[in-house]
Design a protein around this ligand. Structure first.
Ligand SMILES: Cc1ncc(COP(=O)(O)O)c(C=O)c1O
Length: 401
């Protein structure tokens, strides 16, 4: 019988503690949320600046719905490219100091469309082995020769680049800016240097950096002192710090025109609702103006790291709001997540295939909506959890276990 192994595959996932279950969110995002009928203090959204439920964004969105309707009604190249989309692209381009920006309906689509508009079978793509799934999928789908270099390891990249200098082929190096599951920042200046030496382009997906790091929230490329000359393709998503939905690619005029002509996930899909673009325009103003949100995040992160280090947990070398605690096995990560859930704290266990085997973790994220008291409540519960010998194994886990 066709596809008769599906139930077996599901059972295997369950047996390996890798089964995923969707919880139903019944409140807006915020420091506290209602999930499946219960209230939690939550540390797992990507709403880093606490803007997803901001009254100014909501008002901008409602106004735009009243003016422009709900759906965009068509793709961008037919007649769905609304003035709100156009203005958002212009304002993002000014914010980032680039010639042009193109907005996509999601980060996944931006990555798939961009890489596939530029690469073919004759080309080479080089990806950090911890890149986000959408970047890995984009590279694989392009049919280009696929190289994965060791995480944030420029020597590993250099050696792969120097073996791929075939005439008539292009080389594209792709990295997360802030890594989504680890929270560390890619060594962008060194990667840009490697690209210059090997006549390659660098693409940085800074979904988790825009709004959060760099001057006025201008992201990891800005924080590294680089420009579009060093990083010709800069991708950001709008569903994280910007609090809305969608994504953008920033580049020069020719690059963006190429994407408009050839990026299939831009061309063959309905444009995002204009009201999302309008809310994002408001969000951009707040991202630029309200530095206090980033300062507050820095205070929360410092308090959390100090508390966790005192307890002996294994943290990652992250200065961003993504602050995972390494657990090792999927089973241990789930036990911790359930323990915290019983205490009214929501943190998801991140397991393979999202992260490499043996590196399951609690992915703790902070938002500017959290208070220092929220962080202290989390630390207190982590401390209580350590009294349980099964949970205390987290202190002894090793990489690769
Ligand atoms: C680095 C990175 N790129 C792209 C995406 C996908 O963005 P979107 O959710 O807008 O599809 C994500 C997460 O969602 C991400 O973490």
């Amino acid at each position: 019988m066709a596809f008769d192994n599906l139930a077996e595959k599901l059972a295997q996932r369950k047996a390996e503690s890798l089964y995923r279950r969707r919880r139903v969110l019944q409140s807006p995002q915020g420091a506290t949320v209602c999930v499946d009928g219960q209230n939690f203090l939550a540390f797992c959204s990507n709403d880093y600046l606490g803007l997803a439920n901001d009254s100014r964004l909501k008002a901008a969105m409602v106004d735009a719905v009243n003016l422009s309707g709900v759906g965009s009604g068509a793709s961008h190249l037919v007649n769905g490219h609304h003035e709100q989309h156009h203005l958002l692209e212009e304002e993002l381009a000014e914010f980032l100091g680039v010639e042009r920006v193109l907005c996509f309906s999601s980060g996944y689509m931006a990555n798939i469309g961009t890489v596939n508009a530029l690469l073919g079978k004759q080309d080479h793509v080089f990806e950090d082995r911890l890149n986000h799934a959408s970047l890995l999928d984009a590279g694989l789908l392009s049919g280009a020769r696929f190289h994965r270099y060791l995480h944030a390891d420029v020597a590993s990249l250099n050696s792969k680049l120097s073996r791929a200098m075939h005439p008539g082929s292009e080389r594209l190096v792709i990295t997360d800016g802030v890594f989504s599951m680890d929270g560390d920042v890619a060594p962008l200046a060194e990667l840009a240097q490697a690209c210059r030496q090997h006549d390659a382009w660098l693409m940085v997906d800074d979904a988790h950096g825009y709004g959060v790091i760099g001057k006025g929230g201008r992201g990891a490329v800005n924080a590294a002192g680089l420009s579009v000359k060093d990083v010709p393709l800069q991708v950001g998503t709008l569903g994280k710090a910007f609090g809305t939905s969608g994504a953008f690619v920033a580049g020069d005029e020719t690059t963006i025109e190429t994407l408009i002509q050839f990026a299939r996930s831009y061309i063959y899909t309905t444009a995002m609702p204009p009201s999302i673009a309008a809310a994002t325009r408001k969000s951009l103003q707040i991202v630029m103006a309200e530095d206090w949100r980033r300062q507050h995040l820095a205070t929360l992160i410092a308090a959390f790291r100090k508390g966790c280090e005192q307890l002996g947990f294994r943290l990652m070398s992250s200065t961003t709001p993504i602050q995972p605690i390494l657990m090792g096995t999927a089973d241990l990560a789930i036990r911790w997540s359930l323990f915290l859930q019983e205490k009214g704290i929501l943190i998801t266990a991140i397991r393979p295939p999202t992260v490499p085997a043996g590196t399951s973790r609690l992915r703790i994220t902070f938002t500017a909506a959290h208070t220092e008291a929220d962080v202290m409540r989390l630390i207190d519960q982590l401390k209580i959890g350590l009294r349980n010998p099964e949970l205390a194994k987290a202190l002894r886990c090793e990489d690769g276990q």
